[in-house]
Every structure is written in C-alpha cells, then in structure tokens.
Design a protein around this ligand. Structure first.
Ligand SMILES: *Cc1c(COP(=O)(O)O)cnc(C)c1O
Length: 402
C-alpha cells in the first residue's frame, strides 16, 4: 500500500478529503482536474461580471481541457484563442459563447477558415489590419488592434513582459501615429492590451493610466476595450474591488464595453499532478527522489518560468528530511525542486503537486519518449473520470508515418 506524505498540507482539497482517499487507485503520473475548484473560480469571475457588466473570456492557451468547458460556460462570456486551432476549439466546445482571437500575425491560407470560428479578431500591427481588416469586416466581425502601452510592471520576467524593450507585441503610439490612417482607424471596433502576468489590480491601474495617457484620445472612438490576461483574480490576496473600480472607470470614461481574458485565474489551483517515487538516490549530502513525472515533460513552466510548485504535505520551514524531487529523463536539470519532509520518502510514495491545471496539460511534451500523463476529471461529487487514453501512439504519431 502506498503511503502519502501526511502533514499540514501546502494546499488542501476543497472538500477536505485526503489525497490517499482519492489518488491511490490511479496509475501515475496523471493530471487530475478538480471541477469544484473550477466552480469556485467561476463564481468569483461571475461576480465581477455581475458587479461591473464587463465580459470575461477564458484564454485557452493556459487551459484548454474542453471536457470542462461546460462547467466554465455557466460563469464566463466565452473563449479567447491564440490562433486557428484554439479558435476552432472554442467554437466547437463553447459554441454558444463569444470566440475572440489574437495572433502575432495571421496567415493568408488560414484566414477564411479562422473567420468561420471567431466573432472578434484582434490584429497586432497596422499592416495586419490593412491586409486582413476589410475581409474580416465584410464577414461581420468585430475588429481590434493590440496596443503596446510601453509600461512594464513586472520585474525580472522579461519573457513574460510584452512591454519589454523591443517587444513585437502590440502597436506603440509612435507606430500608430505613423501608420494608422483614418481609413484603418475606421475599421476598428476595439483596442486590446495584454501586459500583465500573475499580477494584482494595482498593476492594472498603473497600466491603464499609461494606456489613457498614450491612447486616451482614440479609446473613446471604440466600442470595446480588452484588458488582456495576467489578472490573478481568483488568488486569495487579489484586490477584486479595485479591479471592479478600474473596469467601471474605463466604462464610464470612454463608454466602452470592457473585456478581460485571463487564463490562469480561470483554472487557478484546479489541477494536480500525481506521481510516484521510483527511486531514492544520494549524491554527497543531497538526497534525490526520482519520480515517474518529469518537470521538463509534464510541468514545463517549472523550468521555463521558473517556479516550484506546491506539494501536498510539504512543510513550511526546514524539516528533518530534505529531498530533491526530480524526473526520470536524461536532462540534468529535470528537477522540480527541493522539498522538506517530516519523514523519509520511500519508493512507491505518492506525491501530489498542485497548480497543475494551467500551462501544463496544454504544454507538455514527450521528450525522451516520456508518456503523456492521462488526464482525469474529479467531478463535483468526488467521482473520477478518465478523459484521455495516451500511449505509445501519441509519442509516435508526432514523429512520422504511423
Ligand atoms: C497569455 C495571454 C492571456 C492569458 O494570460 P494569463 O496570464 O494566463 O491570465 C490573455 N491574452 C493574451 C493576448 C495572452 O497572450
């Protein structure tokens, strides 16, 4: 019988269940998406919609487990896509709601099909607007341009900062003044900015000031203003009333409809990655547990961002036993992090990582021939339902004829 490290949890199941009651029967590694937590997040987002009249879209690049879209559709206004495939997914799986798309550059050979799926289309540059705008307009779409307010509010995270020097994302005021002819402006229904990442409402307030300074004169000609994602609305310390004030301010000031398109906040803390210990090895002072889950393959943001995910049963402060948790691949840096335990880890122990719904199932890979972990849904009444059946075929078919 496997043992789950039992102590004060770094995160809890919403219904107070202990993980061994839930996960002992599951083959690992696997992701589990927690419907209850999606409901909780959905309720928070729905209350922002209700209090302000804004619209909130799911940014599918963060979370696109469409079996759960019917849960989210009860609360939010639609989906946002990064391109053709996500747009199609949103149109197919949340069909009764709005579908928006933003892409750094659209392709000629995809554009007609894209128009079938979306109702709002956001361009990155005046050139893209010029090239595709009238086709989109004739097809009855609502058109937007992404602007760059050149206001960095993140420190140290340049790869997540669309306002970093030299960024390709969004049109600066200088380029607007040089290239946006009256005819192009007349094609626009809205403006879009996305500059935040896991931030609170204070960063949005600073950003909106900058948007107002640089683009205030043109926003009032628009029907809508999309404030992008990166709002960590469902995080415990998020200042929701300040967000609501900012939305109301924009609506009153410019008479625009306000959109938010968070990814993270929609599925925050709504997923786990369950893994078993395969071996315990030691190098000098360092004890390492090799797991059947890989940071590089199954939780890529742990390495890319980087961050250390919460672990069920992890203790705050230094405990007696420190283990480095690492993956089974050949990559020396396939390390999840150093964690501290009251008891020794043993082969066969189940470890449960939190924060694994977002940027995980939609971003994993089969490097080293690692299998993709299956995805399970944990329903409101605690039942487990397997959503995928990954195997060798999913590794092989991406590499050649099958
Ligand atoms: C990434 C992204 C989002 C969602 O960001 P989160 O940090 O997941 O909330 C929304 N809109 C655009 C244009 C994005 O690139």
């Amino acid at each position: 019988m496997e043992r789950i490290i039992d102590s004060r949890p770094a995160f809890r199941m919403l219904d107070g269940k202990r993980p061994e009651e839930i996960f002992n029967t599951l083959p690992t590694p696997c992701y589990v998406i927690d419907e209850k937590q999606l409901h909780r997040n959905g309720e928070i987002l729905a209350s922002v919609i209700k209090n302000t009249g804004c619209k909130i879209l799911l940014a599918q690049k963060a979370f696109s487990n469409y079996d759960l879209y019917p849960v989210l559709a009860q609360y939010i206004s639609g989906t946002e896509a990064s391109g053709l495939f996500e747009a199609r997914l949103g149109a197919e799986e949340m069909s009764e709601k709005e579908v928006h798309v933003f892409c750094g550059a659209y392709r000629d050979d995809e554009f007609e099909e894209l128009l079938k799926y979306v109702d709002h289309i956001v361009f990155n540059s005046p050139y893209q607007l010029k090239r595709f705008g009238s086709r989109a307009k004739q097809a009855g779409k609502s058109l937007g341009l992404r602007i760059n307010p050149e206001c960095s509010t993140q420190d140290g995270h340049e790869i997540y900062d669309p306002c970093a020097a030299g960024s390709r994302l969004g049109t600066t005021r200088q380029i607007w003044d040089e290239q946006m002819t009256e005819e192009l402006v007349s094609l626009l229904d809205g403006l879009h900015f996305h500059t935040l990442c896991e931030q609170n409402a204070d960063a949005l307030e600073i950003t909106l000031k900058s948007v107002e300074e640089k683009f205030g004169d043109v926003i009032s000609k628009m029907k809508w203003l999309n404030m992008g994602g990166g709002h960590h609305i469902t995080r415990e310390d998020y200042d929701i009333s300040r967000l609501e004030e900012i939305i109301l301010y924009a609506q009153n000031k410019w008479r625009v409809e306000v959109y938010l398109e968070p990814g993270e906040a929609v599925a925050l803390n709504a997923g786990y990655l369950a893994s078993r210990v395969l071996d315990i090895i030691q190098n000098g002072e360092v004890k390492i547990a090799i797991l059947d889950a890989s940071a590089a393959c199954h939780m890529p943001d742990v390495i890319e961002m980087p961050y250390t995910p919460p672990l069920y049963g992890e203790k705050e402060g230094k405990q007696k036993y420190i283990f480095r948790l690492a993956g089974p691949t050949c990559l020396a840096g396939d390390v999840i992090g150093d964690y501290s335990f009251e008891e020794e880890l043993r082969v066969g122990d189940i470890l449960l990582f939190g924060d694994m719904a977002i940027y995980s199932t939609c971003k994993n890979n089969t490097f080293n021939g690692m299998p993709l972990p299956n995805i399970w849904r944990r329903t409101d009444n605690g039942e487990l339902e397997r959503l995928t059946d990954f195997g060798y075929k999913d590794f092989k078919m991406r590499l050649g004829k099958i």
